[in-house]
Design a protein around this ligand. Structure first.
Ligand SMILES: *[C@@H]1O[C@H](CO)[C@@H](O)[C@H](O)[C@H]1NC(C)=O
Ligand SMILES: *[C@@H]1O[C@H](CO)[C@@H](O)[C@H](O)[C@H]1NC(C)=O
Ligand SMILES: *[C@@H]1O[C@H](CO)[C@@H](O)[C@H](O)[C@H]1NC(C)=O
Ligand SMILES: *[C@@H]1O[C@H](CO)[C@@H](O)[C@H](O)[C@H]1NC(C)=O
Length: 470
């Protein structure tokens, strides 16, 4: 692995961020809108016991940061080749702020007849897997007895379950990125994986194609066939990583992720809209697979830029940033910061909460914004942010606005509250975290709030517009 930035890059993967939950399917025109529920929502009660009292805003930010850093390590340590990817599917996601974390879950139906599971959702993860049991005779090499007291997918009871043979090209080559194992005692033995997470846990099982159902906005269910899933027979290490869920829904970009599969069936597009992280519980985020009927009002303000898929960013979604201006003045930032081939580059990551800037960008951005807060009392509150202040008397309208200039003349103008963050009563901080150079910059999900983001995987374009997400 190539080490970039100050992080040590030992473990391969950390897919536990930006987790959302589906609670059935809401109806919305002709698209499917699946409801995503936060981990502590009463809507999940009975399913899982997910501890943790609501935390203070500052604790939440610290928790975000801890996870973001783990994710960033993983992000820069991966070099994956990416791959290519008609109608539609949507899932709302709730703001995490009322609950103490940004984690979400989703309910999906797997197999024929369908068996229902609660999965942790992660946009940076490629493999969708669930705890699973499969009685398939001597050649399976199963690991028994490790999933006591867990809900498991009974694969042998599903008529649509098809294991991926270990001798296949798919197992030997294409699934190598997903930690497929080389062992192959007989040609038909299922292709095994040992899927490692950065936190030290591992999911061990084998790959299969299976039918997964999603709800359409018409109220009907749509079956997605041949979705690659992992039948996880044992979990090693810290089982708490999976937070009581039955598995993980992988929404990263690569050939076999759930996103790609659903997008294939629904026009190559998916979109999401994130409400303010301080929104009340009853305002929900959502994700839509397929064509999103963008309102006419939004169409006028829509911006489009090229998406950087594959290459240096692995399963994450890259964008070409050209520069950052504040108050209409372009800041002096070396070009290399935005170039993934020169050690920089930027991803738009819904799984990272905070926004990370490589140091040569972080310095001028914070120095410029620092001028606007010069007359406020400075506060050292610890945590990830360097610039915090007592916000008594703070007047938003006096602060020059920040604009991120993207390729194809697209301008992203986040609302001020997305980068001058409330972290405690009367306490605000400049919402940027420094990454040592060279390093990848990340536009995190707080920065993305109050915008609709549409990813067109076929055309490799990203469209966005300000939106209340309702
Ligand atoms: C699994 O699905 C893929 C397409 O996603 C297909 O190419 C492959 O042949 C299928 N394998 C089996 C064993 O069904
Ligand atoms: C959400 O709840 C608040 C009060 O808690 C209420 O004023 C608001 O109308 C609700 N919004 C929706 C969309 O239900
Ligand atoms: C930020 O502003 C304060 C007050 O004007 C100043 O003392 C400090 O040096 C500035 N810091 C940076 C990094 O520009
Ligand atoms: C903020 O500044 C603007 C422009 O100077 C002014 O019109 C407005 O009244 C101020 N708001 C507050 C709350 O002081």
């Amino acid at each position: 692995m190539v080490s970039r930035g100050s992080f040590s890059l030992s473990s391969p993967f950390f897919p536990l961020l930006f987790l959302f939950a589906i609670n059935g399917f809401a109806l919305l025109g002709s698209t499917t809108r699946l409801e995503l529920i936060h981990r502590n929502s009463p809507k999940l009660s009975g399913n899982v016991v997910l501890g943790g009292k609501p935390k203070s805003q500052m604790e939440i930010i610290r928790e975000f940061h801890r996870r973001d850093v783990l994710r960033h390590r993983n992000m820069v340590s991966r070099r994956l080749r990416a791959t290519e990817t008609a109608s539609s599917v949507a899932m709302p996601m709730f703001s995490g702020s009322d609950y103490g974390t940004g984690e979400y879950f989703v309910h999906v139906n797997v197999g024929t007849p369908g068996q229902k599971f609660l999965l942790v959702v992660d946009t940076g993860s490629e493999l969708t897997w669930m705890n699973c049991r499969y009685k398939c005779g001597r050649n399976c090499g199963t690991h028994k007895g490790r999933l006591n007291n867990k809900r498991v997918f009974r694969a042998d009871r599903s008529s649509s379950f098809r294991t991926v043979p270990c001798l296949s090209q798919m197992c030997k080559v294409e699934l190598a990125n997903l930690f497929s194992l080389a062992k192959c005692p007989t040609p038909l033995t299922p292709c095994a994986y040992d899927y490692r997470y950065l936190e030290g846990s591992a999911a061990i099982g084998f790959f299969a194609n299976e039918t997964v159902s999603v709800g359409l906005t018409s109220g009907r269910k749509r079956k997605l066939k041949n979705v690659l899933i992992g039948c996880t027979e044992s979990i090693h290490g810290d089982q708490g990583s999976f937070k009581g869920a039955d598995g993980v829904l992988g929404l990263g970009f690569s050939k076999y992720t759930f996103t790609t599969k659903v997008a294939e069936d629904f026009g190559g597009k998916f979109s999401y809209c994130l409400v303010d992280h301080l929104s009340p519980k009853n305002v929900s985020n959502y994700i839509i697979f397929g064509h999103n009927r963008i309102e006419t009002a939004l169409l006028r303000s829509i911006q489009r830029t090229n998406l950087v898929l594959g290459g240096a960013f692995g399963p994450l979604y890259g964008v070409n940033v050209l520069g950052i201006s504040i108050g209409g003045v372009l800041l002096k930032i070396p070009h290399a910061v935005w170039d993934e081939n020169l050690g920089g580059g930027t991803t738009l990551d819904s799984g990272t909460s905070l926004t990370f800037l490589a140091e040569p960008a972080y310095k001028p951005v914070t120095a410029e914004l620092n001028k606007s807060i010069s007359k406020f009392e400075r506060l050292s509150i610890g945590g990830p942010f360097e610039f915090c202040f007592n916000s008594k008397g703070f007047n938003e309208s006096l602060v020059p606005r920040l604009t991120i200039h993207l390729a194809d003349e697209a301008l992203f103008e986040p609302p001020l509250k997305s980068y001058i963050l409330d972290v405690a009563p009367q306490t605000k901080c400049l919402g940027f975290v420094s990454v040592s150079w060279p390093g990848t910059s990340i536009i995190g999900n707080i920065m993305q709030q109050n915008h609709l983001w549409e990813f067109d995987l076929e055309r490799s374009t990203l469209a966005f517009a300000p939106s209340s997400c309702t």
